[in-house]
Design a binder for this molecule. Structure first.
Ligand SMILES: Cc1cc2nc3c(=O)[nH]c(=O)nc-3n(C[C@H](O)[C@H](O)[C@H](O)COP(=O)(O)OP(=O)(O)OC[C@H]3O[C@@H](n4cnc5c(N)ncnc54)[C@H](O)[C@@H]3O)c2cc1C
Length: 383
């Protein structure tokens, strides 16, 4: 009755944790690298349901935010979970209008959201230059997670419950016998049999599934596809802001002692269009320049790390979760906004793998037609 999970990013790690609690010794988690070292490591990792639509997807995201709170309580309020709130502002007339409309909609849906004055925002974040003419909103229940450390903690708990972790081994193929996936083969030739294989390989999932004739509805990872992004960690900032901050020029959040993580949607687009070997130093430097304008204490900050990363971005933006018709023994769990969603995905997928179908996941089946759930990407970002 073995279940093999391919991929120990935040999605695979959360699932291993949930499954191990039910079937410890039957769970095998395999990663070509180590837990949390893929997209989850460099993700902006903002926990939110801020721009999630339609309502079912919003509700699922809110459930996931609650799950993170519950998980953190179980782990003794670890530093990888930071429900610090999110401050966002807009300047242009259409963006201001959109922000106010969004706050109204979110409030009507029972979500923590309020329009606040510049002086209130300045009290919340005294170390940030907040324009006095901006339209500002505060979302107190949002926050961020350190994806790599959260994945490591979840995997550690799964192994303590009996799950087996195999690191630095690539799954080179899914083994199929008469339309039934019966296990995986590792790059070194080793074969591991399984009753069910769960594909949690993030943006690399299509290459694993293609030999089975499965064309996963995931955006390509090639330049210009919209899947690639750049996050930059800068260090040496004291005092630094405490919250997630979204401005028209820059997205910022804390990233450990004296450090900030930076991203910007226009820079992501520039990075996305760059060739495979184009240097990205200029883009990283531009993020640092913007941070220096926004945060006075970043005047002498330096770049600690710049990460080019790939979003596992389904064509319609929504998770791809479930079995595949005509292919027994295979289950797929690949999602954008996977940091936010991972614990809720795991909470629903684990019982499903053991036979109890989840009504929530019916919206997200991998073989849904791309017209069933409309594509929504909000002004270049889609979190
Ligand atoms: C720039 C950027 C910003 C983002 N911002 C946010 C945000 O603010 N909020 C949010 O919720 N989400 C955000 N996301 C999306 C989020 O980071 C991802 O949805 C999430 O990290 C996906 O997790 P995962 O476990 O599916 O994938 P990954 O973390 O990539 O994990 C997949 C794992 O599978 C392993 N693997 C792959 N192929 C194989 C193989 N053949 N054999 C063995 N192992 C294999 C990899 O080594 C990896 O560890 C962002 C993404 C990017 C790129």
């Amino acid at each position: 009755m073995r279940i093999v999970i391919v991929g120990a990013g935040i999605v695979g790690a959360a699932l291993a944790d949930q499954l191990a609690a039910r079937r410890g010794g039957d769970v095998v988690l395999i990663d070509r690298s180590s837990p949390g070292w893929g997209t989850s490591r460099a993700s902006f990792a903002w926990l939110n349901a801020n721009q999630k639509q339609p309502r079912a997807y919003f509700d699922f995201s809110v459930e996931a935010m609650r799950e993170w709170g519950d998980l953190a309580a179980e782990f003794g309020e670890p530093s990888w979970y930071q429900p610090v709130g999110n401050l966002a502002w807009a300047r242009s007339a259409p963006a201001c209008e959109e922000l106010v409309e969004r706050v109204d909609r979110l409030r009507a849906w029972g979500y923590g959201a309020e329009v606040i004055t510049a002086s209130r925002a300045q009290k919340l974040e005294p170390n940030v230059m907040i324009p006095s003419d901006a339209q500002i909103a505060f979302f107190p229940d949002e926050g961020y997670v350190c994806g790599r450390r959260a994945a490591q903690a979840l995997v550690q708990r799964a192994t303590s419950l009996g799950a087996t972790l195999i690191t630095d081994k690539e799954v080179s193929e899914l083994v199929v016998s008469q339309h039934q996936v019966t296990g995986v083969r590792l790059a070194d030739g080793q074969r591991i049999a399984a009753e069910t294989v769960v594909c949690c390989a993030g943006w690399r999932s299509p290459e694993l599934l293609a030999p089975l004739g499965i064309d996963l509805a995931l955006t390509a990872s090639t330049p210009g596809s919209g899947a690639r992004g750049l996050t930059v960690t800068i260090g040496g900032i004291t005092p630094r802001p405490d919250r997630v901050i979204h401005t028209p020029e820059l997205d910022v959040r804390p990233n450990g002692e004296g450090q900030l993580l930076l991203e910007a949607s226009d820079i992501d687009r520039r990075v996305d269009m760059a060739g495979e070997n184009d240097p990205l130093d200029g883009c990283a430097q531009e993020l640092l320049t913007r941070a220096r304008i926004l945060i006075p204490a970043a005047a002498s900050a330096t770049i600690v790390e710049a990460s080019l990363c790939v979003r596992p971005l389904p064509l319609d933006g929504h998770p791809l979760v479930g079995p595949v018709a005509g292919q027994q023994g295979l289950y797929i769990a690949v999602s954008h906004s996977g940091i936010t969603l991972a614990p809720a995905l795991a909470r629903h997928v684990a019982p499903e793998l053991l036979g109890a179908e989840s009504p929530v996941l019916r919206h997200y089946r991998p073989d849904r037609t791309s017209t069933r759930i409309p594509l929504r990407r909000a002004d270049g970002g889609s979190f």
